[in-house]
Ligand binder design. Structure first.
Ligand code: NAP
Length: 255
């Protein structure tokens, strides 16, 4: 049976595991950042591979035949490593990349540091910060007050002086997001362009309340990788591979 590594940590990865298991021999991989992760069905391994060389060794030792990278669109290092190793060893490789959000009238920036610059320039004073635990440090020197929402608590060091932390994980609904923005008198939302439905309600709530949005654009995918936009497309690609087909998307190896 074909053995597939499913790089996860997202709702899409869990949905894909549910679709493929037990028809295919899959193993899902999580980075291990979250102490109590939502686990996919089927076998799971947890922790980094040890860079490009570690991943290459692991794929070989585990007899993996194909890799589906369903990590978060901002997990750029893992995505680069998988593309590089699969390109070198000629292993079938697919990135499940959920469509990005249309930024609309949002101010688009390329980093958290740039987003912090916009907050300062625009004199935003009560900011809803949803860039995740690792994105908080960029705002450490800001004078604004931040409502920080993350899955796990950010480190105390590098936190903005004035803040309140909410620990939770999505999905979030429109009415709750609207209430949160009102309750905390938010005057700006800072978000990554994560895409997907689980966390998009904050954008609709911000639009309804005329709250400006600062959106961090996604890192580019490695050149030439084969992509799928949906869980169904990715499952179809795996089935096609098992049946000896090539699956959807471009097929040139990454540079
Ligand atoms: P990253 O910066 O791209 O990766 C850093 C290192 O973490 C990688 O080099 C790898 O270590 C390890 N790693 C990352 N994803 C892994 C996986 N699925 N399985 C095994 N090792 C993994 O990743 P990140 O942005 O910190 O994200 C970590 C995890 O959280 C990912 O699984 C991602 O899907 C999930 N996540 C990320 C975000 C986000 O905003 N970045 C949001 C929601 C969920 P080695 O080099 O040792 O192999």
């Amino acid at each position: 049976m074909m053995r597939v590594l499913l790089l996860g940590g997202t709702a899409e990865a869990r949905a894909l595991a549910k679709t493929l298991h037990p028809r295919f021999d899959i193993v899902s991989s999580l980075a291990g950042r979250v102490p109590d992760p939502a686990l996919p069905v089927g076998p799971v391994r947890i922790g980094g591979f040890g860079g490009v060389d570690g991943l290459r060794r692991w794929l070989h030792d585990e007899g993996i035949d194909a890799v589906v990278d369903a990590t978060h669109p901002f997990a750029a290092t893992m995505t680069a490593h998988a593309a590089q190793v699969c390109g070198h060893v000629g292993m079938p490789h697919l990135v499940l990349a959920r469509p990005a959000w249309d930024p609309g009238v949002a101010t688009v920036v390329t980093s958290g540091t740039e987003a912090a610059g916009v907050v300062a320039e625009q004199c935003y004073s009560r900011v809803f910060l949803t860039t995740g635990r690792s994105g908080v440090g960029a705002f450490a020197a800001s004078d604004a007050w931040f409502l920080i929402r993350a899955v796990t608590a950010p480190d105390g060091a590098g936190m903005p002086r004035r803040h309140h932390v909410i620990l939770s994980r999505g999905p979030y609904g429109y009415d709750d997001e609207l209430a949160l923005l009102r309750e905390h008198r938010i005057d700006a939302l800072v978000t990554k362009n994560s895409g997907g439905d689980m966390t998009r309600a904050k954008l609709d709530a911000a639009a309804a309340l005329d709250v400006p949005v600062v959106m961090v654009a996604r890192p580019a995918l490695p050149a030439g990788v084969r992509t799928a936009c949906t869980v169904d497309e990715a499952a179809e690609w795996v089935s096609g591979l098992a049946a000896g087909g090539v699956g959807p998307g471009p097929s040139e190896p990454p540079r």
